[in-house]
Design a binder for this molecule. Structure first.
Ligand SMILES: [Zn+2]
Length: 242
């Protein structure tokens, strides 16, 4: 293969690889996956708090129920004393009766606490369930995005792999000095090491060269020269990349 043709083809292949690699790293699915994961982490932190809150409410309800049961048992015991007729002392009976009244009031208060705790618990559990549902939906969305990313990204990666093999073949055609110069220019010139002379213009820097320079380049009879403007390799006599 002609050195100039191989050089231009290599440059085009390299640009193709750069474009595909950039596209792969900027796939919108990648950004979307990161965004979903970020949101999931936030919601999971909320879920943790919700679980803790529900556990606290359950403990509060249990505590109020236990206390109610203890008071109830106390009332039953005191009432049994009254009912047994063992205590005949009027003052003692009165005191016992007051004690039972006081315990009944305590019991009412505790029963209200149980009801309040139950209501709060119901609300808390509903909220926790909603959070869990949001997390489930988030994971489904994440899985969907990953599948899409792998499908599109896989195709791009295969494209890059193929182009990389092709560029190696083209690089093998070039004389070592020319390849080395091309590689160095590619590094120093933002990835583009070669221009083609189209009329008066270098296709790489798009500068219109003085006509006397172009005339000299055309007359030199060298297929690969240097652009007087951008100093890249300049292919002469290959109009429109043909
Ligand atoms: Zn140029």
């Amino acid at each position: 293969m002609d050195q100039a043709i191989a050089l231009v083809a290599l440059s085009e292949k390299d640009l193709e690889i750069v474009r595909a690699t950039k596209k792969l790293s900027e796939l919108p699915e990648k950004h979307a996956i990161l965004e979903v994961r970020h949101k999931l982490r936030e919601i999971e932190a909320i879920a943790e708090k919700a679980t803790l809150y529900v556990a606290q409410l359950e403990a509060a309800q249990k505590r109020a129920e236990d206390e109610t049961a203890t008071i109830s048992a106390h009332i039953v015991a005191e009432q049994a004393k009254v009912d047994s007729g063992v205590i005949s002392n009027h003052k003692e009976l009165q005191s016992l009766s007051r004690e039972i009244d006081s315990l009944s009031r305590q019991k009412d208060k505790k029963e209200n606490e149980v009801l309040t705790a139950m209501e709060k618990l119901e609300t808390g559990r509903a909220q926790a369930a909603k959070v869990a549902e949001t997390i489930e939906k988030g994971h489904a969305k994440e899985a969907q995005l990953i599948e899409r990313f792998q499908s599109i990204g896989g195709a791009l990666q295969r494209e890059i792999d193929l182009a990389t093999k092709q560029r190696a073949t083209l690089a093998g055609v070039l004389k070592p000095e020319l390849l080395a110069r091309y590689e160095a220019l590619r590094v120093s010139k933002h990835g583009l090491g070669v221009g083609v002379l189209h009329g008066l213009q270098c296709s790489a820097c798009r500068i219109e060269l003085p006509s006397e320079s172009v005339l000299a380049l055309n007359n030199a009879g060298v297929p690969i020269a240097e652009c007087p403007s951008c100093k890249r390799l300049l292919v002469i006599g290959m109009e429109n990349g043909s």
